[in-house]
Design a protein around this ligand. Structure first.
Ligand SMILES: [Zn+2]
Ligand SMILES: [Zn+2]
Length: 238
């Protein structure tokens, strides 16, 4: 594993000297359509909630997440590899390539400029173990690309993990995943006013059931956010 990461060879084509080369970056297949974040079935123009879920999904009522943009497919082997090496081999420099993937998909699918970008937080223990919060790095990359030369503020301290939870990837059943994350997040009270009437973009690397984003979104909704959208590189199982 160590050899695989250092010295660097392109994760896509093995070319030496780079971690992920320009040519391979250009070959990343973006999702050609987006679906409703809740039923994951109905195709919507930009990943907005479908009409039926707007009326009937309890999760939507609670979370107020209006849109989830999924940049590419988790079925792409190269995407799985990039995300794994980024998160578990601690290759921080991949934030560039992965941030670009998010930014490109956002420029295509986001029809407003967010007032605030909020990365999904890591528990402090995991943050220390990894040395960085991958969502935070991605959020920072996006911040400069959505509305240049203007840099959108990234609010890193707004959301906190209050409980140490198992990585969602390691939990098999859907029910256990939901209870694993119940009340795992909190919103920093003294920053609450920053959310009021704001259009917010939540950022995470991958999502699975969506529970993490839903939990974060409902906290933002409780703090009177005006609009909440989210973006991930890929969604597992889709
Ligand atoms: Zn390459
Ligand atoms: Zn739906």
């Amino acid at each position: 594993m160590v050899d695989f990461v250092f010295p660097f060879h392109c994760l896509g084509c093995e070319k030496p000297g780079v971690i992920f080369c320009q040519e391979c970056q250009k070959r990343i297949p973006f999702k050609s359509f987006q679906v409703c974040p809740f039923c994951e079935k109905t195709v919507t123009l930009r990943g907005e909630v479908c009409q039926l879920c707007k009326k009937e999904s309890e999760t939507f009522q609670k979370t107020c997440l209006e849109q989830l943009i999924v940049a590419t497919s988790y079925n792409e082997k190269i995407i799985q590899r990039l995300i794994h090496v980024f998160k578990y081999n601690f290759v921080k420099s991949l934030d560039e390539a992965l941030g670009d993937i998010l930014a490109k998909s956002l420029l295509k699918n986001l029809d407003f400029v967010p007032d605030l970008i909020v990365p999904v937080p890591l528990h402090p223990l995991r943050h220390r173990w990894r040395g960085f919060n991958q969502s935070e790095l991605l959020a920072q990359k996006i911040a400069t690309q959505l509305s240049p030369p203007f840099e959108i503020p990234v609010e890193k301290e707004l959301l906190k993990r209050t409980r140490y939870t198992l990585p969602q990837m390691k939990i098999k059943s859907q029910e256990e995943r939901m209870s694993n994350l119940a009340n795992a997040f909190a919103l920093e009270k003294k920053l609450q006013e920053k959310v009021r009437s704001k259009k917010i973009l939540l950022v995470d690397d991958v999502c699975t059931t969506g529970t993490t984003l839903f939990e974060c979104s409902s906290l933002l909704a409780d703090a009177s956010a005006k609009k909440i959208s989210a973006v991930v590189i890929a969604r597992q199982g889709s």
